[in-house]
Write a protein that binds this ligand. Sequence first.
Ligand code: IPD
Ligand code: CA
Ligand code: CA
Length: 263
Amino acid sequence: MSQFLDVAIETAREAGAILRHEFDRPKEISYKGEVDIVTESDRRSEALIVARLREHFPDHAIVAEEGGGGGVGAKCCWHVDPLDGTTNFAHAYPCFAVSIGLAEEGQPVAGVVFNPVSDEMFTAARGEGAYLNGKRIHVSPIETLAQSLVATGFPTHQRKRSANMNYYWEFTLRSHGVRRDGSAALDLCSVACGRFDAFWEFGLNSWDTAAGILLVQEAGGKVTDMNGEPYRLGGPQTLATNGRIHGEMQEVAAIAGRAAKGS
Ligand code: IPD
Ligand code: CA
Ligand code: CA
C-alpha cells in the first residue's frame, strides 16, 4: 500500500503547489451550473494528477471530477477531486484541498487530502491508521451531540427547497453549532482529527469522499448513510462521526427527515 500512498502524497503536494500559487492571482471562472463554478486551476490541478497517476499505475482506472480520467472496469480506481472547495478558492477564502483516494473493488484503501494553505497533509491506508503531517490522528472523545461541533455542506446543483435546511435547523438546535466550510474533503478530515465531532451531507460524489471517509474510519470513527446502513462510495448520503454520537445523529436525522417530508 505504501507505494500507492507515496505517489498520492507526492502528487497531492505538486497539485497543491499549483493551487497555492494560483490562489493569489485573478481567477478565470466559468459555470457548470447555476452556481457550480469551475476555474482554470481545477483543470490544471486535475491534468497534473491524472498524468502522474497514469504514469505510475497505467492499469488503474481514474474517476476525476473535471472528466480527465478513464479506464472504467479496472479493479483499482482512483477518485480524484483536483480542487475541493472551488467556490471558496474563487472567492479567496482559504479553505480548499486536493483529494485523492484509491478504491479496490469499491472499497477505499488509500487516501490523501492536502490543504496547501495550511500545509496540512492528511493520509490514511486501510488498516494502518490516519495521519496529519506524519502524526497519528484520532476522532474526538465527545460523547453527546449537545457538546459537539458538527458540519455539513449544500450541493451546488440543488439549491431550491433543499431538505438539508431541515437538518441544518435540527442539528443547530441540539449542538454547539453547525459549520459549513465548503470543502467536504476537509470536513471529513476535521472529523478524523477531532476538530468536528460529525459531518453529514447529501449528494456527494466519490471524488469528494473516497479519501476522507477512509481517514475517518482509520482515525477510529464511523461512516454510514443517514440510517446507519453501510456507506457506499458515491452513495446519496454521507454520515461520518466520532462513532460515539453516531446513534444520536441518526435519531436527529430521522426527526429532520420527517420535518422535511412534512414541509
Ligand atoms: C463541493 C464542496 C462542498 C460541498 C459540495 C461539493 P467542489 O465540492 O465539497 O463543501 O458542499 O457538495 O460539490 O465543487 O468544490 O469540488
Ligand atoms: Ca468536491
Ligand atoms: Ca472539485
